[in-house]
Design a protein around this ligand. Sequence first.
Ligand code: SF4
Length: 356
Amino acid sequence: MPAFREFVMKVHQRCNLACDYCYVYELADQSWRDRPAAMSPAVWQAAARRIAEHDPQHADVVLHGGEPLLAGRDALVKIIGDLRATLPSVSFRLQTNGALLTPQMLTTLADHDVRIGVSLDGPAAQHDRRRRHRDGRGSHVLVDRALRLLADHPAYGGILCTVDVSADPVDVYEALLEYRPPTIDLLLPHANWEHPPGPGYADWMITVFDRWYSAPTRETGIRLFEEIINLVLGGTSRSDQVGLSPAPVVVIESDGTIEQVDSLKSAYQGAAATGLNVFDNALDEALRHPGIVARQAGLKALAPSCLACPVHDICGAGHYAHRYRAGAGFKNPSAYCADLRRLIDHVATRIAADVK
Ligand code: SF4
């Protein structure tokens, strides 16, 4: 079983926004309610030791939440310092909603070699429909400020955008492009066979793909499309959205609990739990957890109908969380099966025409 490479640390468990699709707070699993708001030094120091004994050479730490900037500059500097003291080759990313990214915070994070990703869902009106404060105020004005600070900054990691098919796809893509992101992550909203997605995702993604792929110069990277192109050309994927590569990600919650990827929380209460924690358990034990074994099993985790599908090595049944069906678990096609098939066929056709 390949070792974990990516360690998502929930340095602050609460959020200053209340986005309506958030898998941590708004969907099936409500385990955040029982956890401390902020990660304590004892937890992050124990996590550092566990990561070091697991694989000291390869560690990408994602400072995550909730909203990680709620931890504050002092705590973030201490976390980064303590992890680097234990793991000299560790690299850091931070995923934020952007609302608290001040110039001082950016300078601090950049000084500590942290790459910053920001969530933005499109033009102001579109973004503010879904990504709001608890009192209903939109967050776009603050995200806009954050992205203007980040544009062309070496600490800029990119933009994460959750697809909303009610928005115009080209308007969304071009709104993101205004902030010159080095890369864009387009995420399908979390859905499964109990809560299936509505129609329109294939058309939406294909429209963005054509706009992006047909640009006379490369405007930005779109990870999902780049991964599909790579797979169509015979390469391997590093994405958990497509392909059959193992997902080497583990989550450390604010109380030290070791969990599987957060997105499983969209399936049912406790779906991400392992029963392990960084005080009592090695991360090698998490590698043997049945849920993680299944998620890393690639081809062996696919349903018979996926194995019979001509694009299964590219699709890989999509995101693991999107395969869930009550009573049948995760050995099913993706709830986005038809959308993934159309998108993959479209990308493959465009690539085939270009490599003739
Ligand atoms: S397109 Fe559908 S059937 Fe084919 S691998 Fe993907 S989820 Fe499975």
